[in-house]
Design a protein around this ligand. Structure first.
Ligand code: PLP
Length: 419
């Protein structure tokens, strides 16, 4: 299956006249459709809410779009909580799922009214010290082993997240004694999983806990949070997860374990990658070609714009705009300008002939792309554009300037003196 781009060379050239490459294009309609699919998949569950993992794409225009579609957010920092608040989300639309949480972060969570999701049993004391005991608390579970997992998440025994089963039961007893009235259970046991049985298997695991929590602790769990981990097809030969099918399979588990036992609860998800990942494109221009022991195509974007290939060796598909139908005729590495040899968007990739000035599109950069960016080698962060249904674009984040880069040296009057 070929991967396609929802805009043309002519579109990109027009945008480039106004905004120099590199820039990100976010496909508004694509995001809208994906969220609609998620909401439809779980529409059978009263109170279902997708809490977008802000870290995937922390842009206010994205959060406001998601809020308008009924989504909330999942945050892990003060900045993400504050961004959610400024985008109109409040109260239980926001979840704080952090670890090694600071008192200041708990205080921000309380200020915005977020559900606090505790990563560890020791965090009960930290939370109480910082903000007291809220009415509603969620706890993060780590079963240690689980059939479906993967390389990025690793073995759950090695994962720093969540509590053991014994700790979860103990934590709920302590919280109940301290006055908590509403309980939730959270678990994220995979990352970028294309396995359509992942959420149903997770449902099986968590609903079983819910039943035992009622029997053993006399606690009624009111919501279960499946977190993220649903993957996207980065490679052309991979298949998109059918979220409607996943929702229907989860419903079967829900009916069998919960409905049959007289339990009703709200389901939440915290998908990040699945929501925005495929709908973000890094647009870059070929600025040079080099022939040594390999063939290199140099582009004006670099790993500071999208670091997944550099840190995980991830595959990101590359399309040469205007040459979508040309047969590949060379094997190249597509590289940026950083003084790091892992600054490569593609390694030994078959691509059509490429000339200086050609516009390349790097796919699936809508999650953990811009947001993982950094300033190494003095790289300035690029602009983000939102593409609307009619192919017009809105600048939703301007590119950084040298002044932005130097801003934190304003404590140095000699250096920061403007000419
Ligand atoms: C990263 C993360 C998510 C989102 O994961 P995706 O794989 O992007 O869907 C959700 N919840 C938590 C707690 C996370 O850390």
């Amino acid at each position: 299956m070929a991967k396609t781009v929802p805009f043309t060379l002519a579109d990109a050239r027009e945008w480039k006249n106004q905004f120099p490459t590199p820039f990100y294009i976010l496909d508004e309609e694509g995001i809208r459709q994906t969220v609609t699919d998620i909401n439809t998949a779980f529409s059978w569950n009263e109170g279902f809410c997708e809490h977008f993992a802000v870290k995937a794409n922390p842009n206010p225009s994205v959060l406001r779009l998601l809020a308008s579609l009924g989504c909330g957010t999942d945050c892990a920092s003060i900045a993400e909580l504050e961004m959610s608040r400024r985008c109109g989300m409040t109260g239980h639309k926001i979840i704080l799922t952090s670890n090694e949480t600071s008192d200041a972060c708990y205080q921000k969570a309380k200020e915005v009214g977020a559900i606090i999701n505790l990563d560890d049993i020791t965090q009960i004391d930290h939370m109480e010290r910082a903000v007291g005991i809220p009415d509603t608390v969620c706890c993060r579970f780590n079963p240690g082993s689980f059939g479906i997992s993967n390389a990025i998440m690793g073995n759950l025994y090695d994962s720093k997240f969540g509590m053991t089963e014994e700790q979860l039961f103990e934590a709920f007893r302590i919280l109940k004694a301290k006055g908590v009235e509403h309980f939730g259970i959270h678990a994220m046991l995979a990352s970028c999983s294309l396995d359509e049985t992942y959420y149903p298997a997770l449902a099986e695991k968590l609903f079983d806990l819910v039943l035992r929590m009622r029997e053993e602790n006399d606690i009624t769990v009111e919501f279960v949070d499946f977190a993220g981990g649903v993957g996207i097809p980065y490679r052309p030969e991979e298949k998109k997860v059918d979220i409607l099918k996943v929702g229907a399979e989860v419903k079967k588990v829900y009916d069998r374990l919960l409905t049959a036992n007289g339990i009703q609860l709200r389901i939440m998800t915290e998908m990040g990658r699945f929501v925005t990942g495929p709908h973000g494109y890094l647009v870059t221009t070929c600025v040079g070609k080099k022939h040594i022991y390999r063939e290199y195509i140099g582009v004006d974007a670099n790993a500071a714009n999208l670091m997944r290939p550099a840190i995980y060796g991830s595959y990101h598909h590359v399309t040469v705009l205007g040459k979508e139908n040309e047969a590949p005729c060379q094997i190249v590495d597509v590289v940026g300008c950083l003084c790091e040899n892992n600054d490569k968007f593609a390694v030994q990739r078959e691509l059509p002939a490429i000339d200086e000035g050609d516009i390349l599109v790097i796919h699936d950069g809508g999650a953990h792309g811009y947001s993982m960016g950094y300033n190494y080698n003095g790289s300035l962060r690029c602009a983000e554009l939102m593409m609307h249904a009619d192919k017009t674009v809105t600048l939703v984040r301007r590119a950084e300037t040298l002044e932005d880069y130097f801003a934190t040296f304003d404590i140095d009057p000699v250096f920061s003196k403007k000419e």
